[in-house]
Design a protein. Structure first.
Length: 505
């Protein structure tokens, strides 16, 4: 629960360290059954709070998702060698890194909301994401917990020290473990801060306008008139004051059952582009056949012509499509998701007259690889058109803003996000939110952003080296723990033999 309270909308980042400190303190000496139970309890405490918003849509689905997410933490603690404190100190951060790597990918493409890394965007650990992304930040958070647990053990051992030297034999190993864990915990953020920032060259800055139409929150698409939503955004766009280079509308602002290039709504968006002499980017949902649709981002050039499109790759299960629909519909009401989106397969990249853009549509911003792929393809600015109107609480909008900060730090790029009801805003490459909207209010945000062409270490190497390094650390920790255990057993046997010989004599 402490880890959950470090994640937005609470955002008390230090509690994440304390949560992992509690786990690190309790773990040494536990049996495999105790580790399994401890992990499940820790995971359930974290995700029962972090994913509570899912209950707005489906209580059974929320319960299942919480349990599945908790099982990842349960599996993580199960594989941590717990016979020695040193093994826990090395194995716990490695295991939670691997658990997050798996949870980001399985099942159904992963579900990273509620992750511990989202709670560390304002902590001093955040620079590590420029080296190893959110996976390394999760491991570093767990390592901070290990340091705190070792500090408690060191303090207790110091207070229990005896005037007899033989009774203080455990103090030096505890001190050594505290020093080693502290050194690594400090060195990684420093290395991240000193690593390449992603800045490259001196490209001209860009003037952007973000259009938030406003309106009620907690609504469903099938219960909302799409024309009303579109008109709100067109009304809001009238407040944009030139000059402006790039105007961004939210995800799904236009919905059509025919070719979008022939609609009246498209003509209005095209007219805004020509009227402002700017590139306009907007979300379009276009039906394909009877039961399928495309969720895409379309760019119009200052001449009013379509300059490019990007189709959303990473779809929301049970939100944008229903897996195993024919089976699921026998047991659950899936009327809120009557159509299945068609996934795209290209990098999140959109070439426009204003600048090459790295695009993440809504849910995609929670996945490091989507931002990384767009930047590697040439994106100079991160653009996140999203739609959070279906959430009544602020839990998802605040977690999405935290994900914005992570993606900006990881890639060294400015980021702009726009949504119908908030939060829309501008984020710097160091995760500072320059400005953000108010939830539900009609707003236009205008500002300047820089374009960048460099690459951070994370953009270059991605997640796999971090996951492989974590696996190697876990294997070494397990091997060392097993070797020490065997040595201790042999030592105990040697001590017993003289006593047994004397008794026999």
């Amino acid at each position: 629960m402490l880890v959950a309270l470090s994640v937005p909308p609470f955002g008390w980042w230090l509690l994440g360290w304390l949560g992992f400190a509690g786990i690190a303190y309790l773990l040494p000496g536990r049996t495999w059954r105790e580790r399994l139970a401890l992990g499940f309890g820790a995971g359930l405490g974290q995700y029962a709070i972090g994913l509570f918003w899912v209950s707005e849509f489906s209580i059974p689905g929320c319960v299942v998702l919480m349990i599945v997410s908790a099982l990842f933490m349960s599996a993580a603690l199960l594989v941590v060698p717990s016979s020695r404190q040193a093994s826990v100190a090395a194995g716990l951060p490695a295991a939670v890194v691997l658990a997050d790597w798996a949870r980001d990918r399985f099942p159904l493409g992963g579900f990273p909301l509620g992750a511990a890394s989202l709670g560390q965007t304002l902590s001093p650990l955040i620079p590590v994401v420029r080296i190893g992304g959110s996976l390394l930040l999760t491991g570093e958070t767990a390592l901070a917990g290990v340091v705190l647990a070792q500090l408690v053990r060191t303090t207790l051992a110091w207070r229990r020290r005896s005037p007899h030297p033989d009774r203080n034999a455990t103090l030096p190993p505890i001190l050594a473990g505290f020093a080693a864990a502290s050194a690594v915990a400090v060195a990684l953020p420093v290395a991240g801060y000193l690593s390449p920032s992603g800045a490259g060259g001196h490209l001209p800055s860009m003037r952007v306008g973000l259009v938030q139409g406003g309106g009620p929150r907690g609504t469903r698409a099938i219960h909302t008139d799409p024309q009303v939503v579109f008109n709100r955004h067109i009304d809001a766009a009238s407040a944009i004051r030139p000059p402006v280079d790039l105007v961004v509308f939210p995800e799904g602002v236009e919905q059509t059952s025919i070719d979008f290039t022939t609609t009246v709504d498209t003509a209005q968006l095209s007219g805004i582009a020509t009227g402002l002499d700017a590139t306009v980017v907007a979300g379009v949902e276009q039906d394909v056949g009877v039961r399928r649709y495309l969720n895409e981002i379309v760019a119009w050039s200052p001449s009013g012509a379509v300059a490019g499109t990007y189709v959303k790759n990473h779809l929301v299960p049970f939100g944008e499509y229903v897996p195993w629909r024919s089976l699921i519909q026998r047991f659950f009401n899936i009327n809120d998701v009557p159509y299945d989106a068609i996934a795209g397969h290209s990098p999140g990249f959109l070439r426009t007259p204003a600048a090459p853009l790295a695009v993440m549509i809504s849910y995609e911003v929670f996945f490091d690889e989507r931002a990384r792929g767009g930047v590697r393809a040439g994106g100079q600015l991160l653009v996140v058109p999203t739609n959070t109107a279906s959430y009544r609480s602020s839990q998802v909008p605040t977690q999405e803003l935290a994900a914005d900060r992570l993606r900006a730090w990881e890639t060294g790029r400015w980021l702009v996000q726009v949504t119908p009801t908030g939060y829309s805003g501008i984020v710097t490459p160091t995760g500072h939110v320059v400005t953000r909207s108010t939830l539900g209010r009609q707003t236009v945000i205008q500002g300047r952003v820089d374009r960048e062409t460099g690459r951070t270490v994370y953009v270059t190497i991605g997640d796999d080296p971090v996951a492989l390094a974590a696996l190697a650390v876990l294997v070494v920790a397990a091997g060392a723990s097993g070797a020490v255990g065997s040595a201790r057993r042999r030592l105990r046997m040697r001590r017993r033999r003289p006593a047994e010989t004397t008794a026999a004599g």
